[in-house]
Write a protein of this length. Structure first.
Length: 383
């Protein structure tokens, strides 16, 4: 009888262990962190980014991902940095403490740069979908990547366009003193100067300001052909309204921060047809356009909103991270990081992604846009 009970107990234990083992196999989890400003002035862009990450992860889980011979479930750990560097580093530390396998973010250069040291110290790969300040990938960190061209390319292209296509003689520059705004404005000024132009007025604001009367009055006195703004759409919109009120009808230029579908709404009907010339880091041509349009369709079906700006780049960044894990047969950052660094020829919805030795995208594209009414229209894709 004792032997029977012992045998029965052994069977029960074996079944329980098998069930636990099966459950453990079913619950292999890969954690991917995402950080963006989902509150504050540019929450519409932060949410756009987060939706891009959620779409990628939902599709990967639906398709099924196997890493190291085991099926995995991918989870998104989303944090809000409100576009604030201090909150950004706090969010980064929270993700490190949660032992995420990788991070996509942050949106802003001003948050991405300080957060990158925290991820580097922890050995966790970070891909920013939108940080364009050159410093981000020039700190010597092995964990830092981006899937868009940097401000040297973006600001430089806009500066040359102002001189060569617009034929700007009187050029004014404003920036919001953030890492992004200041960085892209400085590269714009360098390109204007290199092309033989001069900047008649250089003004500064901040990323929460709403009243630009004093700096715009100073700019108006220079009779500008071009006003360049280094900053985001939440500031550019009110600035455009006040330019119209003051009778400043110059071309208004800026980087991807102003090149959003929300700009006409934020400008409150102040946009003049063809007045805006902006550049978005990234861009697709030819056959690649079909993939981008299909992505936008799936995005709209899932979230019932249109893509605003960076969501496709977040989507690609998540997929690039997971592709490196699959190829390395491991989600351990130390094991898949070398594979991620060698990413070459990945076909994403934003184009072909390959990283150079710094973690920058190779041959990054830029797309120039203008606005006709509320509609954003492409001018050209340049590399």
């Amino acid at each position: 009888m004792k032997r029977s009970l012992f045998a029965l107990s052994a069977v029960v234990i074996a079944v329980a262990l098998a069930a636990c083992g099966k459950k453990a196999d079913e619950e292999q989890v890969v954690k991917i962190g995402h950080v963006g400003p989902t509150s504050g002035e540019i929450a519409h862009l932060g949410k756009d980014n987060e939706y891009g990450a959620r779409l990628a992860i939902d599709e990967l889980n639906a398709k099924g991902v196997t890493i190291g011979g085991k099926k995995v479930k991918i989870e998104l750990l989303a944090e809000d940095d409100a576009g604030d560097p201090k909150q950004g580093t706090a969010a980064a530390q929270k993700l490190v403490d949660a032992k995420v396998n990788g991070v996509v973010g942050h949106l802003n250069s001003g948050t991405s740069i300080p957060a990158s040291k925290i991820y580097s110290d922890a050995g966790i790969p970070q891909i920013s979908p939108s940080a364009t300040n050159p410093t981000y990938t020039r700190q010597g960190f092995k964990t830092t990547f981006r899937v868009v061209a940097d401000d040297v390319h973006l600001g430089g292209t806009l500066g040359r366009y102002a001189m060569n296509q617009i034929k700007g003689k009187s050029i004014s520059v404003i920036d919001d003193r953030t890492a992004y705004g200041q960085g892209v404005a400085e590269e714009f000024v360098k390109a204007v100067t290199a092309a033989g132009g001069t900047v008649a007025s250089r003004q500064f604001t901040n990323n929460k300001e709403k009243d630009f009367s004093s700096i715009l009055t100073a700019i108006k006195a220079t009779k500008p052909d071009v006003v360049f703004f280094g900053g985001m759409d939440a500031v550019a919109g009110p600035m455009l309204r006040q330019m119209k009120q003051l009778g400043i009808d110059s071309k208004f230029m800026g980087g991807d921060g102003i090149c959003t579908g929300e700009l006409p709404n934020l400008a409150g009907g102040a946009l003049v047809q063809g007045q805006i010339v902006c550049a978005e880091a990234g861009g697709v041509e030819g056959e690649e356009k079909a993939g981008m349009e299909e992505f936008k369709k799936r995005f709209k079906e899932k979230f019932n909103v249109d893509v605003k700006l960076y969501a496709p780049y977040v989507y690609d960044a998540v997929n690039v991270l997971v592709a490196a894990m699959v190829k390395a047969d491991s989600a351990d950052p130390a094991k898949y990081l070398p594979v991620l660094a060698k990413t070459e020829g990945y076909k994403g919805v934003t184009g072909t992604i390959s990283f150079d030795e710094k973690g920058d995208i190779k041959n990054g594209a830029l797309t120039l846009f203008t606005f006709n009414g509320d509609k954003r229209e492409q001018i050209a894709v340049v590399r």
